[in-house]
Design a protein around this ligand. Structure first.
Ligand code: SAH
Length: 376
């Protein structure tokens, strides 16, 4: 995750273990079943089908209390539920709050694996940044998430639970307004589970009713998956992690590019724009002395000149043990100016939560450093 950092943050936040409520391994998480499966479960046991809606409402919208506290359900049903189901499959292992108010959760899955997600507040926006995989297979050379490779995909219930755990931190009158899929993992490598999770979260009837246009999916750029997502006819905002304007430099920074190639990535992004009408954002992490040179900004402008594109520059958030640094503000300003002079729409990402390692697998790393391999 690159987003979370604010320059004013100085003191380190405290790490506090969250209250334990370990779910039993043999009970199914409520969100592992669809609304249809829930209706069938109720009817098969002689309950009215509408009880399914009540249970899901409690978990998704009414902030997931224990079954016993679902007071509009008959007591006997609450006991039956407790025997077979658990409200959440995942638990909050750690909760950090940065001095700027950014919350970061380390979530523990039922198999003991851990992922990270973040809640950021800015004006009226409440944005969550969620993970899609445990680890990442892409091995972008500057990123902490891929240092150990990928362990597995998250299932759709685990992805939805990230959003709900973060939403549950908000006061009752607030809710999540935006989602960025920029946590650990390559989002489109787990497209089916991600799409199912987002459908559920965005559903006005059964989810949180978040508009698809307020969801950003960030990808390293897997052309076939971008086209598949385009064909799903959703309105998600696509962000492609470009990071380099030439084949040679991108191969170096984003090794999967060797097998894919810049042209294929750009063409797939063009398909996404044509099909959905949504402007594509190109993310570009600025690494001092590596891809922030004047010739890089000029080459980037040429590459995107005829595209309906937006560039989001991400000043690098240094990762312990990796040999990359953030450019000086003057270098960032020069990069921006070159793009603007050439008519490219560009913003620089404001970063939050630096004191709590709210970036790219960094908190998880700090909590279990002994299991980490040395970076390549
Ligand atoms: N797999 C997805 C999501 C990755 S995280 C993707 O590749 O887009 C979101 C963005 O943060 C990506 O552009 C990623 O390359 C970038 N990023 C990773 N580590 C970073 C760091 N330490 N500092 C700044 N940006 C980083």
């Amino acid at each position: 995750m690159s987003l979370p950092i604010v320059e004013t943050v100085e003191s380190a936040a405290e790490t506090t273990p969250a209250p334990a409520s370990a779910p039993s391994a043999d009970r199914r998480p409520v969100l592992s079943a669809t609304a249809d499966e829930w209706r069938r479960w109720m009817v098969d046991r002689g309950h009215p089908a509408y009880r399914a809606r009540q249970v899901l409402d409690w978990v998704v919208r009414r902030r997931a209390v224990p079954f016993d506290a679902m007071t509009d359900l008959p007591r006997a049903l609450r006991r039956e539920l407790d025997e077979e189901w658990t409200v959440f499959g995942t638990t909050v292992a750690y909760h950090d709050v940065a001095p700027d108010g950014t919350d970061k959760l380390v979530i523990e899955c039922r198999d003991g694996r851990r992922i990270e997600c973040v809640l950021m507040a800015e004006g009226p926006r409440r944005t969550v940044c969620i993970s899609t995989q445990v680890g990442c297979a892409m091995r972008c050379v500057f990123c902490a998430s891929g240092l150990k490779g990928v362990e597995r995909n998250l299932d759709s219930a685990e992805i939805v639970e990230e959003v709900l755990h973060l939403r549950n931190l908000l006061p009752p009158e607030e809710t999540v307004t935006h989602i960025v899929v920029m946590g650990m993992g390559e989002s489109l490598a787990n497209l089916d589970n991600l799409a199912a999770a987002l459908d559920r979260i965005c559903s006005p009837a059964e989810g949180l009713g978040i508009s698809q246009r307020r969801v950003t999916i960030s990808t390293v750029g897997l052309p076939e998956k971008i086209c598949k997502l385009a064909a799903m006819d959703r309105q998600y905002h696509l962000a492609v992690s470009l990071h380099a304007p030439t084949e040679e430099l991108r191969n170096e920074l984003v090794p999967v590019n060797e097998a894919i190639g810049l042209t294929a990535v750009l063409e797939a992004a063009d398909v996404y724009f044509e099909r959905t009408g949504r402007q594509v954002t190109y993310e570009y992490v600025l690494l001092s002395g590596i891809n922030d040179r004047p010739e890089d900004s000029r080459a980037l402008a040429r590459l995107l000149a005829d595209r309906h594109a937006h560039v989001n520059l991400i000043p690098y958030n240094p990762v312990a043990g990796l040999p990359y640094g953030r450019p000086e503000p003057e270098a960032i300003d020069r990069f921006v100016a070159t793009l603007r002079q050439r008519g490219i729409s560009v913003t620089v990402r404001k970063t939050k939560g630096r004191a709590i390692d709210a970036a790219c697998g960094q908190l998880r790393r700090r909590l279990q450093p002994e299991t980490e391999r040395t970076p390549r």
